[in-house]
Unconditional design. Structure first.
Length: 87
């Protein structure tokens, strides 16, 4: 299973209506942080579970769902988290 597929599987706990993951790892090859492993990803996720939550709380939900992958499979993650009403 690819890292992107694994990210999607882990984030299914947030019941996303939409999820988009862009792998930007190739753009960061060779930089100091990339040597430790893990890729660079841009994530856009839409979920009703973000309703009533601040941006920080939304990011915490995402990072909690992905905690096992952080810093080994994922080196850097940019998150845009929306409710369905915000789209």
């Amino acid at each position: 299973m690819s890292t992107v597929e694994l990210i999607k599987q882990k984030l299914s706990a947030l019941e996303p209506e939409k999820i988009e993951i862009v792998d930007e790892s190739a753009r960061h090859a060779g930089h100091e942080g990339a040597k430790s492993g893990g890729g660079h990803y841009l994530l856009t996720i839409v979920s009703h579970k973000f309703s009533g939550k601040s941006a920080l709380a939304r990011h915490r939900l995402v990072y909690t769902a992905l905690q096992e992958m952080m810093y080994k499979d994922i080196h850097a993650l940019s998150v845009k988290a929306y409710t369905p009403q915000e789209i």
